[in-house]
Design a protein. Sequence first.
Length: 318
Amino acid sequence: MRLVDSIYWPAVQMVMWGFMTQYLLPQASFVAQAAGVLLSGLLLWEVVVRGNLSLSIAFLEEMWSRNLGHLFVSPIRSWEMATGIIIAAFLRTLLGLVPVSLLAWAFFGYNIYTLGLPLVAFFFILQMFSWSIGLAMSGMIMRVGQSAESFAWAAVFILMPVSGVYYPVSVLPKWLQVISYGLPPAYIFEGMRAILAEKTVHWDGLAIAFGLSVVYLVIGFQIFLAFFRASRRPNESANLARNFRFGPDNRFTLQVRVEFQNVFNRRFLPSPTLGNFTTAPTVSNGANIAGFGTFGNLSTSGAFGTPRSGQFIGRLSF
């Protein structure tokens, strides 16, 4: 069913914009000169949308099936988990968009593969950018909970107006153009229009888009790792509450609530030291200060954690 979703929604969009393109073709406009600009923009934008949603859904399925706790106690590492959901997202996107591109060819006579080799670069750059958003959103959901699910669906569409999907970036206000050129999709869609209208490839724009996608992917991955590690740190909290009703017809309610954070006062040690284990240790005053004698040492000086705390709350309702 997930694969059907990956094909259904892009197909609906493709059919709608395909008929719009058919209507605009006879007009003396930019669309008449580059007939596939709308369908190309749609199909390439779906690479971003499907990439982000496929990754987010791959992670959300672990939460919906209540399997996330099992992953946390398993020996799987954070980067392995991230790599796994990226591979699943890539396959879903590929299996979803290839049939849709063939439908566009069959129904409207538009073959997006005529873009040639740049299409491969467009696809992978947009995929990397979508992964960065999906990883960041998955990390936030892992940390905050399912109440943040809506961000996984909405995050990409917030960027659509400044990505230049169906219109050049030059039509945007100057301050929005600055934001737009800080996002990889702007260069991709500008490059796509240049191929369709001018038959030229802007390799410099592709290089900038690739660099930005790598930067965003690293940032998204680091956000995912940070939230992953934070979610695995135990921080037991407890609360007790009691309502007391009194007065005529029990009109008055006194609620007494006690809340405790980090009940066991846990502290977390920093990562072990990475001394050079290939050299003999140097000893000073009976302590190893260099060499393999310092490799893997744990120091309590850098321990961190929120100290145990509590609060008493009373509320009177009448």
